[in-house]
Design a protein around this ligand. Structure first.
Ligand SMILES: Nc1ncnc2c1ncn2[C@@H]1O[C@H](COP(=O)(O)OP(=O)(O)OP(=O)(O)O)[C@@H](O)[C@H]1O
Ligand SMILES: [Mg+2]
Length: 597
């Protein structure tokens, strides 16, 4: 029997509609701030309690709202920003749908206090579950203050989806950061539980704001881009190839000052870097696309995070070409960065063969790095007697751990593409990805030390690193975990940490890069459901950073040390990202390929 059709009550319909706009406290912060900016505010304060889960207050010095209009603020489809449909193709304000305030009011309690500049008295309004409880004249400073409390109290299902207070606060601060990056003329201040956590004073130059928010390291390693084609302009800052991040979250894209997510433009950015930064590393960028509003449709997504370009292909080309050209002109700074396109013939390695013997169980579990390679060589690994111990002594109940790699009887043939090590025996040809192998070795070492007695290297002078307030909040939750792996940090104020000790395993990694990778992983909320998974991601990104890079010539001693360590490492068939470390071609496979069989 088919069910009967009923018209939903306004209350239910509003709650459903609110779901599209108000997903979490950060969405409320976004809508309130956008309204303040649309109202011409130059000074905006945000006050969060319990990460925005308990209450959010936004105070601005914008235009204020006329007394008679106040009830309309909470009426669906009531807006002062457009008057006819076609206006949405000319709109430069953030809002135009007239939906944000009624949506917020339907899932929380809202108190509004507002006064226009020349009005003697202001207006106060109180709403509960979308219904107006009170609208009355009231004293008010110039501008608008909106307090939102009992967030999702009447939508318990949504409340359950909220993450920890620190994560929600981080998401709120991300929203402020994105808006602050594009609006240097506005002063932003955020306090959390009464403590100031973010301040961006008004500045005349956008580069000052960007440098303040993206950090000194980015400013020191960025290139200014500025290009016009037809009626589209692209300006902003992109990171030099030596400055990379472990995810793409530091690519900020704006269209007519509106922060957007756009796979195609992001792809254009990444494709320009593809050949010059390591795989699975990402650039940082703040890019502003400006074009006549009629060339971009912002009415695609209720939260207006997605847009549609009239000439998407032209935008892609402009972004990818501008970045490629600027990168081509940028000199890479000295240091450990290697262009992937660097000539392979340079420092040609002589491929003298060497035979790798089975590991000796007494060899200390040293690190494979330039610094302790000498140690490995001194150990004279190659001259050690062949140990009879079986490789499958790895202590783990995971069956995969037992399928481990052994170099017994293998002969080293050479290095291919400065990235893959070639080995052979009578029956097989084996390729080993040097970076993947080393990544796995380091990861297992970090995992092994985590929770046990950690070998760490104390720094004589603590290294001071600047982070954004959102990142600091996230770090504060992970101090103990970081100490477990040998990374000792202390938080100073709202945007600084001091690194006092680093894990000995990672002694060669630049501290600022280590911290930046951890910050990236901590702020990547969407793809990491459990704490355990998050910890593993952090360790994996540190291992990736510390591992020997692809496209690097290795000496025989280095190769020997790598193989020795790899044999002693569990799960040594795949890298932490699940890619294979070795690829095996059996003789019969090769013969089949040559059609001999
Ligand atoms: N801080 C503020 N200062 C001045 N006016 C405001 C403020 N916040 C809201 N308003 C007024 O309330 C109206 C409704 O706000 P609301 O956010 O619901 O809609 P909108 O901004 O017009 O569109 P959208 O739903 O796309 O955000 C706005 O059009 C604006 O006139
Ligand atoms: Mg709005």
């Amino acid at each position: 029997m088919s069910k009967r059709i009923v018209v939903l009550s306004t209350e239910i319909a509003n709650k459903i509609a609110a779901g599209e706009v108000v997903e979490r406290p950060a969405s409320i912060v976004k809508e309130l701030l956008e309204n303040s900016i649309d109202a011409g505010a130059t000074d905006i304060r945000v006050e969060l309690e319990k990460g925005g889960c308990q209450s959010i207050k936004v105070i601005d010095n914008g235009s204020g709202i006329e007394h008679e209009d106040v009830p309309l603020v909470f009426e669906r489809h009531a807006t002062s920003k457009i008057y006819k449909f076609d206006d949405i193709f000319n709109v430069l304000s953030f809002g135009f749908r007239g939906e944000a305030m009624p949506s917020i009011a339907s899932v929380a309690c809202v108190e509004l206090l507002t006064r226009r500049k020349n009005d003697i008295s202001g207006t106060k309004a109180i709403l509960e579950a979308g219904a107006i409880k009170e609208v009355a004249p009231a004293g008010s400073p110039e501008g608008t203050q909106i307090s939102v409390t009992k967030i999702f109290a009447n939508v318990p299902a949504r409340r359950k989806f909220l993450k920890t207070e620190a994560t929600e606060q981080g998401a709120c601060l991300d929203v402020v950061t994105r808006l602050a990056l594009a609006h240097p003329e506005i002063r932003f201040k955020v306090s959390a539980n009464g403590k100031e956590v973010f301040t961006a004073p008004e500045v005349s130059d956008i580069s000052k704001r960007i440098s303040m928010i993206m950090g000194d390291d980015f400013s020191a390693h960025c290139i200014f881009v500025d290009m016009q084609k037809d009626n589209v302009s692209l300006t902003g800052f992109i990171s030099r190839p030596e400055f990379t991040k472990s995810n793409s979250k530091s690519i900020y894209l704006y269209v007519n000052k509106r922060f957007i997510r756009d796979n195609s433009v992001t792809h254009a950015v990444l494709s320009a870097y593809r050949q010059i930064i390591e795989p699975r590393r990402y650039p940082a960028a703040v890019l502003f696309l400006d074009m006549p509003p009629e060339n971009v449709d912002v009415n695609v997504h209720p939260a207006k995070l997605e847009v549609r370009f009239k000439n998407a292909h032209g935008v892609y080309e402009l972004v990818s070409k501008t970045i490629s050209q600027n990168l081509a002109g940028a000199e890479t700074s000295k240091g450990n960065f290697i262009y992937r396109l660097a000539s392979k013939d340079k420092d040609k390695f002589s491929y003298s063969s060497l035979t790798i013997r089975e590991k000796s169980p007494t060899i200390p579990f040293g690190m494979f790095s330039r610094q302790n390679l000498q140690q490995a060589i001194n150990d004279d690994f190659l001259k050690r007697p062949v140990a009879q111990k079986s490789i499958s002594t790895v202590e783990s109940d995971d069956v995969r751990a037992k399928e481990t790699i052994s170099f017994t009887g293998m002969k080293y043939v050479g290095q291919f593409a400065n990235t893959y090590l070639i080995f052979e025996n009578d029956e097989n040809l084996v390729l080993i990805d040097q970076h993947a192998a080393h990544e796995r070795i380091i990861l297992e070492k970090l995992k092994k030390t985590s929770g046990e007695k950690v070998v760490c290297q104390s720094l004589l002078i603590p290294e001071i690193i600047n982070l954004t307030s959102a990142q600091i909040t996230l770090f504060s939750d992970y101090i103990d975990f970081l100490r477990e792996i040998g990374l000792e940090i202390e938080i100073f104020g709202r945007d600084t940490i001091a690194v006092k000790a680093v894990p000995a395993t990672l002694a060669q990694v630049k501290i600022s890069e280590m911290i930046s990778d951890i910050a990236d992983q901590l702020s990547d909320q969407n793809r990491m459901p459990s704490l355990q998974e998050k910890r593993e991601k952090i360790l994996a990104s540190l291992a990736c950073r510390a591992a020997i890079k692809a496209n690097r010539v290795l000496s025989n001693e280095e190769i020997a040390a790598l193989c020795r360590e790899l044999e002693a490492t569990p799960f040594n068939l795949t890298c932490p990202h699940g890619r294979p470390i070795t690829i095996n071609f059996s003789l019969s496979e090769i013969e089949r390929m040559f059609k001999r069989k």
